[in-house]
Every structure is written in C-alpha cells, then in structure tokens.
Ligand binder design. Structure first.
Ligand code: AMO
Length: 428
C-alpha cells in the first residue's frame, strides 16, 4: 500500500488533534522502549514524533535510521518537550530502506569533513544545516529575480556552448563539437550587450565556466553568475542597481528566513548604506602608506586586497580602475583616458562583482581589441551588431556563490554549491 501524504509536518496544528493524517518522510531517530517504538520522522518542513504500539512494531524490525516511511495515524497531544503534537500510528508503510552504517551522519553527531560530505551530497542534504543553506540560496535567487523584474530587467538565457572566447584570455574549456572546436562560455558578456539593442535591460542567472587552476575558497571551474546589462545607463547607475539588489537580498532573507539562520547558526546582519565608493588611486595611496611597494597601473594582488579589506570591512565599490587593467569592452573616462568607467564590488578582500560602462563605438572597440592582442576577426559576429544602432550601455556580473558566502559568514564557496567543480573535483 502506498499512502498519499495529507500534510507536510509543519502544517499540523491543534485543529488536527483527534483526526487521521498521513505523513511521509525519513526516520531521523528510532528508539524502542519495551513494546513501544518512538520514531522521529522528518520531512522537508520539520519533525514529528510517531508512537508505534503492538503488532505494528514488527514492521519496523531491521529498519535503520534514514529509511523512508509513510505513516497513517491520529494526531494527539504530547508530553514530549521537543514536539507540539505526536502521531499514534495506525499503519506504517516502509517505502525505502537505508543501509547501515551510512557514509555520513546526516544528524551531524559524527562530524564529516567537507570532502566526505561532497562525495555523498544527496545524503548531506538531510543535514539540517546543509538543507538550510540551499533553502536560503533558493530565497536569494527568488529575491534577485523579483527585484530585477520590478526594475524592468528581462531574464534571458544565452548559449553556454560558444564558438569563440567571450572575454578573451586563456581560461577557457574547449570541447569537440561535430568536428569543430567549441568552448564553454566564461560569461554572457557579448550576448548580454547585444540584447540591449532590442530589450534595453536584461539579466541572466546561469552557470559559467573558467579553466582556472585556482585552489582557493572562492574559485570554482563552474560558478553561478548573476549578470545584468542596461541600455542608457552609466556605471554609477548600475552600481546603484547592484547595491539595491544586495540590500533587498539581505533584508528579505534576514526577515523571512529565520529558521534557516537558526539551522546555519548565523544571524544575517543588514549592511549599512550607501556602500563606500573608493577610487583605485585612493587604494594605491592607502597601500603605499601601509608600506607596500605598488605603483599606479599595477594590479591588486590578494595580499593588497587583504590590507584594503581590513581597512574597509563589509561592502564597498572600488572604482575608476586604470584602462590597461580592464577588459576590451570597458569605456574610458572623459576627463582622463587612462582611467576607466569601471568598478569591482568588494566584501572585505573578496571580489563579488565587476562591471562598468561599455564601449559602444565599433571603431574604438576594434582598436581596443587589437591593443589587447585580440583578433577582431574572432569577434566579427559581435562587432557587426554595433553597426545596427547599439545604445550606450553598462552592466556587471556577480558571483552568486560568493554572495552566498557573505550572507552566511563562511569562506568556502563549496559549502553553497550543490556539486562543486574545481581542478580536483569532477565527480559526483
Ligand atoms: P569577472 O570575470 O570579474 O567579470 O567575473 C564576475 C564575477 O564572477 C565571479 N567569478 C567567480 N566565482 C567563482 N569562481 C570563479 N572561478 C569565478 N570567476 C568569476 C566573481 C566575479 O567578481 N563579464 C564580466 C562582468 C561584467 O563586466 O559584466 C566578468 O565576467 O564574483
């Protein structure tokens, strides 16, 4: 017999007392006391106590924790401290048995290291802390989509299999594509810019791929990027959008995800606004006064960002980078052509996002490609769209996985990604 679930556990209330319900879930705990068995049943929404008496106990022999059952029974009041109600079982259906011992303990009584948990991720999802992280991620995505839609951004999905590099650079995965070489997209950069021609404001939330041999808590070979591109906006405007979006995520999750914060053991704190906007030139001066040997035009190393991050904890924009440090599509400033209309959004030392105002003049774009050692022929499809009336536009890309780490106060993106991919990890 297979019963149809009548309630999620969290839906039970005092009105159900004395009534018959059918619950389904997995056994978190199972204790035999004489002729009675106490089961702690968990489903995605919560836990309940099931009391099993008499013959029904035979059903439970050789049943291990984490096995899946459905229970038909009567809701009654309970003396147990941890529960509001309990269910007196009338029928129990064993739907799937779990082996013993399991490779990780989902209750967390026995701690497992992150690699062991990732090797058994589906089972790790029965750990309430892990499940809470992914429930929170769901709410973050929902908040981002809601806010961007309200701001009249249209969601697009660009191809992930592409014929030439979108950003330039060497960190591309290549693959054989019907006798040709194709690549996995590093970002939606060129497509999202092109879409401003007809849709003006677009966004995409998708996975992108970087063949970076980095072994840090913030780099993955496959990461989720939140990208926007907006016609008739300047880099200051898209920084405002980014700040607003992040504040909405923090406000929404802080207010509506109390259970998740409790399970994770971290209280979401609302950042103060406005986020500071610090110029690259200011940062160089700060580093020089900390005794660092650095000159205008040098890229900021991790060690530099650690110093700046200490000086500016929390969110801040790092703006007006030298042109030579920025990709070919970034536009220069009018009053100083060595500086760009660009920014990174930082959280302490951690880079969360980068973006800027784009070049929209095709001739300048072509010469910039050449200056950066890229071949304009490789960008023919992209460049032709600039002859069709390309509006001025700006945008940014933000690492969702990194944003999640700031929200829950951890420093390893692998905790917030279902099945992370890095140079060592390709399975499961
Ligand atoms: P950028 O290369 O700076 O910019 O990437 C944007 C953001 O994406 C995240 N990110 C990563 N997260 C995890 N693992 C990685 N390997 C990884 N690489 C990048 C970071 C980073 O800040 N096209 C531009 C954006 C734009 O101008 O619109 C771009 O891709 O959080």
């Amino acid at each position: 017999m297979v019963f149809v679930k009548t309630h999620d556990i969290s839906e039970l209330n005092s009105e159900n007392i004395g009534k018959e319900v059918v619950l389904g879930g997995w056994i978190e705990d199972l204790r035999k006391l004489g002729k009675m068995t106490f089961i702690t049943l968990r489903d995605v929404s919560g836990i309940s106590q099931i009391i099993v008496k008499g013959e029904l106990n035979e059903n439970l022999e050789e049943l291990n924790r984490q096995s899946v059952i459905s229970v038909k029974g009567i809701v009654q009041e309970t003396k147990a401290r941890d529960f509001n109600f309990e269910i007196k079982a009338e029928e129990i259906d064993v739907l799937a048995k779990a082996i013993h011992p399991l490779p990780v303990d989902p209750i967390g009584r026995v701690e497992s290291n992150i690699d062991t948990r990732l090797n058994h991720r589906a089972l790790d999802m029965r750990n309430q802390k892990t499940a809470a992280i992914f429930k929170l991620r769901h709410h973050v995505l929902a908040s981002l989509r809601k806010t961007l839609s309200e701001k009249k951004f249209i969601e697009i999905t660009t191809p992930k299999i592409i014929g030439s590099a979108s950003e330039g650079g060497a960190n591309l995965f290549s693959l054989e594509y019907f006798g040709k070489t194709a690549y996995l997209a590093q970002s939606p950069q060129l497509y999202k810019e092109q879409m401003t021609i007809g849709l003006e404001r677009v966004f995409e939330i998708s996975n992108f791929y970087r063949a970076e041999k980095s072994h840090t808590g913030r780099h993955l070979s496959e990461f989720t990027s939140v990208d926007i591109e907006a016609a008739f906006m300047d880099y200051n405007d898209v920084m405002d959008v980014l700040e607003y979006l992040i504040m909405e995520v923090y406000n929404f999750t802080s207010k509506n995800c109390k259970k998740e914060q409790e399970a994770i053991g971290h209280e979401i704190k609302i950042p103060s606004t406005p986020f500071e906007r610090i110029t690259y030139t200011q940062v160089i001066n700060e580093l020089k006064s900390s005794g660092e040997k650095i000159e205008f035009g040098d890229d900021l190393l991790d060690s530099h960002l650690r110093i700046i991050g200490n000086n500016h904890p929390g969110f801040y924009f790092l703006i007006d980078w030298p042109m030579k440090l920025k990709p070919f599509y970034i536009r220069e400033k009018d009053d100083d052509a060595t500086l760009s209309r660009s920014f990174d959004l930082q959280y302490g030392y951690l880079e969360l996002s980068s973006g800027g105002t784009r070049l929209h003049n095709p001739n300048i774009l072509k010469s910039r490609l050449k200056e950066q050692g890229l071949d304009p022929v490789q960008f023919t499809d992209h460049l032709q769209t600039f002859d069709w009336g390309m509006p001025p536009h700006s945008g940014w890309g933000m690492g969702l996985d990194r944003l999640m780490t700031t929200l829950i106060g951890i420093d390893n993106v692998r905790e917030v990604v279902l099945y992370p991919r890095d140079p060592e990890r390709l399975k499961p």
